[in-house]
Design a protein around this ligand. Structure first.
Ligand code: SF4
Ligand code: SF4
Length: 238
């Protein structure tokens, strides 16, 4: 299994330290075209976006997202809704309406960070890919020169990667469940509620548990991950 932050074909592998050119600004004729792609969001994306919008996870998910289940792994996923014109619900004439809180996937492009399970080593393997051949994207191969690190820094990706690297253990562990459990609708619904609608999940959990969820989003993702991994392991024992 592998997990990546961009659901499109993610291009060619790029070595750490290699450089690439890319620019993106409203003056390009393609501005906003990329916002017609499918944008997968992570729990940390939701944490940032729901605060930005002043709503809870339930309101965010029902207004701005569509959920689906991966037909292979059975793991629930969430993507941003599209408007009738087929473009992202947050795209306005001036550009992205939630730019400061845009999701990991949008920040990463044209890079994709792919995490593999590393086989017998038990270590997670991280590989970066660079998108080079999106025909409509005029920013590829031009503009400033970047490395992976300078691009991540410029796009505020470090806190997103830190949180997503914690969360990633959930889909990896979920995939170790037997097929019949992974594809059980009740199990999928339980995982969806816990992983994505976490404000409500914590509300229910806090009624039984000793404390409220941490205010810091990274701490919250870490606590949530521990709880969900426990849930998965308990489910596996049924
Ligand atoms: S340059 Fe590429 S990423 Fe930027 S708006 Fe155009 S299509 Fe989107
Ligand atoms: S969140 Fe913003 S940048 Fe990302 S697809 Fe939507 S409008 Fe485009």
């Amino acid at each position: 299994m592998s997990w990546h932050e961009n659901v499109e074909d993610f291009g060619e592998e790029i070595e750490p330290g290699a450089t690439f050119r890319f620019e993106c600004h409203p003056g390009l004729s393609c501005f906003g075209m990329c916002c017609a792609t499918e944008i997968t969001i992570t729990p940390y994306d939701i944490a940032r976006l729901r605060r930005h919008l002043g709503i809870d996870t339930h309101g965010f998910l029902s207004t701005y997202c569509q959920a689906f289940v991966d037909s292979l792994t059975g793991f629930p996923s969430v993507v941003l809704k599209h408007n009738e014109d087929g473009r992202c619900i947050f795209l306005q004439n001036h550009g992205c309406d939630i730019y400061e809180s845009r999701p990991s996937c949008c920040r990463n492009y044209p890079l994709s960070k792919v995490i593999g399970d590393g086989g017998k080593s038990g270590q997670r393997l991280t590989t970066y890919y660079l998108q080079r051949r999106v025909s409509y994207c005029k920013g590829l191969g031009r503009g400033p020169e970047w490395t992976i690190d300078t691009y991540c820094e410029q796009n505020g990706l470090w806190p997103y990667q830190k949180a997503n690297d914690i969360f990633i253990e959930i889909p990896f562990t979920y995939e170790t469940l037997p097929f019949s459990i992974r594809h059980d609708k009740e199990v999928q619904s339980m995982i969806y509620q816990a992983v994505f609608d976490f404000d409500r999940f914590f509300e229910k959990y806090a009624r039984r548990g000793p404390s409220a969820p941490p205010e810091d989003d990274h701490d919250m993702i870490a606590v949530l991950t521990r709880i969900v991994l426990n849930l998965i392991n308990r489910t596996a024992g049924l």
